[in-house]
Design a protein around this ligand. Structure first.
Ligand code: SF4
Length: 428
């Protein structure tokens, strides 16, 4: 299959745009001017069930939804569009709405690595033994864009890309040599596997020379969005050869595969792609967020995990979607997330118990929502800090917050796990 991608303008020229119910078309016209939109031939032809639109989960995973904007902004945009003004005239208002939507991504001071007092570009030291790397070309795009992605500010935004990424492949080397405690390096983006194998190798090679780095991780949704990356793309074989080469240097290679819905694992091409990757010795660990209206039932998750096990992959994380827009329209209540996770685990092979969740993905502490306890007739959510940034207190601690059937928000997790925060006993 030939890779053809569509943005908000070119998509309108496809037959699929005509398939949208007229109300959806209007929402698309308005929202795709504010949010990122990219889709490709495989997703359009083999993943979305067009008979089920607008309720189809993969459709919802790609197409922006009305609730992503505050209703006041959506209604203002609607009025402006209906007034017949041309798109250029609307740009200042659209930009204003966009700025309101910028997500706040928090970094601890200790997460921003420095060498000789100078900040190392494109590197984040999230936890004690791992750094995330953002080489400039990797930070730019993915094979398709997910509606819930909090990295959308990077797309088509040169300034954001330059401020948070690096271009010289040797940029991270000095820091990693000074910090032998860092054993894992995560290449992330957007999606690193959009790049040609040769470009990827240019950025990975300097890291392979650092003895203290034992694990190379690559984070990608390409198995779901474009599995041909590993089968028939021109340099698919070269990419798999790169995977072998990394391991020949004595490193463990982990592909952090992002899957959201069991349908992403159904087509023959994705099964072939997985097998080809596994044949190189690469381990595929799977993660994804639980998202309202897309994968929020126990059956979604038990099917996903069972399929991952059957295909030889390892279920790793169920995340709670980052709280990146004011309406939190992708989040489900914490109580429901917990119930979905626990019920799904009961319906799944014991081998899938490797998965941890629900876990908050967009705070400094990686925090597990571990259960509910009742103390003195009061119910509490049990939260556990699984990992904290270097030199920050709190890793391994357990905290309780009041239980609620409806809340989607655990509050400020950083404050909760800081030293000054009340202890569990005090909360109780
Ligand atoms: S593939 Fe990942 S980085 Fe790309 S849009 Fe989806 S969530 Fe965001």
């Amino acid at each position: 299959m030939k890779f053809i991608s569509y943005n908000n303008t070119s998509f309108k020229k496809t037959k699929y745009y005509q398939k949208l119910p007229s109300a959806e078309r209007q929402v698309f016209d308005i929202l795709s001017s504010v949010f990122h939109f990219k889709v490709n031939t495989y997703v359009l032809e083999h993943l979305i069930d067009w008979d089920a639109v607008p309720n189809d989960p993969i459709y919802k995973l790609i197409f922006p939804r009305k609730e992503m904007l505050q209703s006041v902004d959506f209604n203002s945009l609607l009025l402006l569009y209906q007034s017949g003004l041309d798109e250029k005239t609307l740009i200042p208002f659209v930009q204003k709405v966009k700025r309101k939507m910028y997500p706040e991504v928090k970094h601890a001071e200790t997460s921003l690595p420095k060498v000789n007092g100078e900040r190392v570009r494109g590197m984040y030291s999230n936890f004690e033994t791992i750094v995330s790397l953002f080489p400039d070309p990797m930070a730019k795009t993915c094979h398709s864009y997910c509606s819930y992605c909090f990295r959308w500010i990077m797309f088509n935004n040169k300034e954001a890309q330059q401020n948070s990424s690096y271009s010289d492949p040797n940029e991270p080397v000095a820091f990693l040599k000074e910090h032998p405690e860092i054993t894992d390096v995560l290449f992330t983006g957007a999606d690193p596997l959009v790049l040609k194998a040769k470009t990827l190798q240019k950025y990975i090679d300097p890291i392979l020379e650092i003895d203290s780095v034992k694990v190379i991780r690559i984070s990608s949704k390409s198995l779901a969005w474009w599995p041909y990356r590993f089968t028939t793309d021109k340099d698919a074989d070269e990419l798999l050869a790169l995977f072998r080469y990394i391991q020949s240097k004595g490193k463990h290679l982990n592909l952090c595969a992002h899957f959201t819905h069991p349908r992403e694992l159904e087509n023959d091409v994705v099964k072939e792609a997985i097998q080809r990757i596994r044949d190189t010795g690469t381990v595929i660990r799977c993660q994804g967020p639980i998202v309202e209206g897309i994968n929020d039932t126990p059956e979604d998750w038990s099917s996903l995990w069972n399929a991952q096990i059957a295909l030889g992959m390892i279920p790793y994380y169920m995340f709670i979607e980052a709280d990146h827009n004011s309406e939190s329209c992708f989040r489900i209540p914490l109580a429901k997330a917990l119930q979905v996770f626990q019920t799904a685990q009961k319906q799944t092979t014991g081998l899938a118990r490797t998965v941890r969740g629900p876990v908050f993905m967009n705070d400094l502490h990686r925090t597990l929502l571990d259960g509910v306890v009742t103390i003195n007739d009061q119910k509490y959510f049990v939260l556990k800090s699984l990992q904290a940034p270097p030199n920050m207190e709190g890793e391994g601690t357990i905290k309780l917050i009041p239980y609620s059937e409806t809340t989607k928000n655990a509050g400020d997790l950083i404050a909760l796990f800081s030293k000054e925060s009340k202890t569990t006993e005090q909360v109780v």
